[in-house]
Structures are given as structure tokens and as C-alpha cells.
Design a protein. Structure first.
Length: 168
């Protein structure tokens, strides 16, 4: 729910920005493999990249892993490299050729001025989203999970005792 709400927020929020240009439906060549480049796709791509990595970090805490993330060097280095790439992609200049290759629209106004504020806004939202995701996962793994396991053990023990009483 956290990830979905952040993506929905940015999907609708980007439409209210000064640089936003809606997709010209008349210019789309239907039935071809030509990409449809839009601000909605760009912002969701940038946000979702971070969300996927943070979800990997959050889920690495629960069973069957239960080891610190840095004990798996390949995974840890991969996470660091992907986060560095995502940060570079978010904060690199608008005329970056890799952004063109990935079909990302630059956050620039009609006069060509790059809108850094929106990129920082995305970065702040990604930080808050990451903290919320990690906090919720921590609460589930460290608080809710053990309580649930304890309740299951108690109910299984009670069920076993009833079965033993019925057999005797």
C-alpha cells in the first residue's frame, strides 16, 4: 500500500507541474513499436526503481535470511550500485544521453530551464517512502511476527493437549 500510494501520488502530481505536457494522442502511431514518452512514465520509472531496491532491502530481513545485509557481499554491492545508478539517473543533467536511451523525459520548462526542485521533491519522497517501508517491515518482522508465532505455538500446544486427553 505504501508503494502504490507513492506511485499514484506522483502519477497525478506530475500533471500539475509547470513543465508538464500531456501526451498528444493524435501523434501516436498505433500498431508500431515506437515508444510513447511521457512525464507519467518518467516519474513512475524513477520512483519505482528506488522502491524495488528498498523492498529488496526490507524483505532481506525476514525468514529465511535473518542476517545483516552486508553478510551477503554480492547482494550488498549490487544494492549499492543500483542505488548509486538510480541517484545518478535522478540528479544527472536533463541532456544526459542515457536518459534519452531509456526514453525518460527531462523535467524542463518550455524555455529549456531544468526543474531541479521537482527532482529534489522526488528524492525527498523516495527517502520518506524508504523510511516508511523499512519501518513497517521492521515492525512486522520484529513485533508482529514473533507475537503471531507465539500465539500459534500456544494454540498448537493446546490442540495437542486436547488430542492427548481424547486418546487417554
Amino acid at each position: 500500500m505504501i508503494q502504490l500510494s507513492v506511485q499514484l501520488f506522483f502519477f497525478f502530481n506530475v500533471k500539475s507541474q509547470s513543465f508538464y505536457e500531456p501526451i498528444d494522442i493524435a501523434s501516436i502511431k498505433w500498431g508500431t513499436w515506437e515508444p510513447i514518452i511521457s512525464y507519467e512514465d518518467t516519474v513512475i520509472f524513477l520512483v519505482a526503481n528506488f522502491q524495488i531496491v528498498v523492498s529488496c532491502i526490507a524483505f532481506s530481513k525476514s525468514k529465511p535470511f535473518r542476517k545483516p545485509i552486508w553478510t551477503n557481499p554480492l547482494f550488498f554491492v549490487s544494492i549499492i550500485l543500483i542505488l548509486a545508478f538510480d541517484l545518478w539517473l535522478l540528479f544527472s543533467p536533463a541532456n544526459n544521453p542515457l536518459k534519452e536511451w531509456l526514453d525518460l523525459k527531462p523535467f524542463t520548462d518550455q524555455n529549456g530551464t531544468q526543474n531541479d526542485t521537482y527532482r529534489y521533491w522526488i528524492g525527498l519522497a523516495v527517502l520518506i517512502n524508504s523510511a516508511a517501508t523499512l519501518l513497517v517491515e521492521f515492525v512486522i518482522v520484529e513485533v508482529v511476527g514473533p507475537r503471531h508465532e507465539a500465539r500459534v505455538r500456544v494454540s498448537q500446544k493446546a490442540l495437542l493437549q486436547r488430542r492427548m486427553e481424547l486418546l487417554s
